[in-house]
Write a protein that binds this ligand. Sequence first.
Ligand SMILES: Cc1ncc(COP(=O)(O)O)c(C=O)c1O
Length: 398
Amino acid sequence: MSGAALAKAHVSAADPDRRAWVAWAISRLEADVNRSADTHLIKLDLPRAPGISLYLKDESSHPTGSLKHRLARSLFLYALCNGWVGPETTIVESSSGSTAISEAYFAKLLGLRFIAVMPRTTAREKIAAIEFHGGKPHLVDRGDVSGEAEKLAREIGGHFMDQFTYAERATDWRGNNNIAESMFAQLSHEDRPVPDWVVCGAGTGGTSATIGRYIRYRKFPTSLCVADPESSVFHRHYAERSVHRVECCDSVIEGIGRAKVEASFVPDLVDRMIAVPDAASIAAARMTSALLGRACGGSTGTNVWACLKIIEEMKAAGQEGTIVTLLCDSGERYRSTIFNDAWLAERGLDLADPHARLEAVFRRGLSELCSAAEEADCALRDAWLTPSSSSHEGCLWE
Ligand SMILES: Cc1ncc(COP(=O)(O)O)c(C=O)c1O
């Protein structure tokens, strides 16, 4: 039976037709991943920190543009193999946008309806991307977005995917080209093939759980650092396990930081947490964008700021070593927010101080970049970096 014909059949979980559809759906997911190459590992020069290497695992190069592509695929496979999803199932998810974009892509691939329950404040570029992939946004005022998604799924008889519960268990942490296996394999030909630190953020906590388990399983001495927005509960919970909630997490960095400790966050796998102010995340996102010549999202900036802190400490202690972090998604998704100076000014976000601290580690690299570049390219670089610039028209993404 063809996928389309199977998708029309309404059957129970044990029904052979439904089993055949599940087999077809899994084959489609396997064929899809087989058409993709792995994401890149990019080395950033640190001329002011000799002996320290910094790498970015570029998860923006997935077909749906973020690290959530891996998670969405794992969640679909998990739901299919658990018998939770059939050809008539509507998928419902709670998301800050990135997971929903990736799930919309996979739902479309399998011919399933998809509804994304998201905060009303979600960047409009992300909402447009969900609609592009055929998903239906369902915007709610901040509060219990997951509760809303669960309720909606119940009402319509759909399946609540629930990334915040299942992220840590849906991914095969032993391997299967998970993010950790991929980055360690890509480092294997470098001068220092085993990193001292891996730095990532936590939204569900799934990525940090996968990396933390993989490090232990492969017996690497690597430490795991989670970079967390200042207003998030995760670092408070890490310091004091009885803290499970803050009144609100008002960070403007989308995708990471939560008001409630989610089931998928596993603090025992984390060696260190660094709290990052939003202005520092945005300044670091702009600095990284300038270094790469393309825009990176805010959570990438949070990661890079935490790396900067570790680099400063290593430098001060006279240590050499390697740090790997994640380029989570493209800044294209945040043109109207963190790359818009008027938007920053409205929120009182001043990038001057973090910008100066970043320059102390990254600047010479930029100067060298600029001396080799045309005058116009320097203007582009300044457009990414200068906090007072009023717009980014004419930048690389235009
Ligand atoms: C852009 C972005 N970066 C990082 C993360 C954190 O990843 P995880 O959910 O695996 O903790 C998310 C989560 O939604 C995200 O959207």
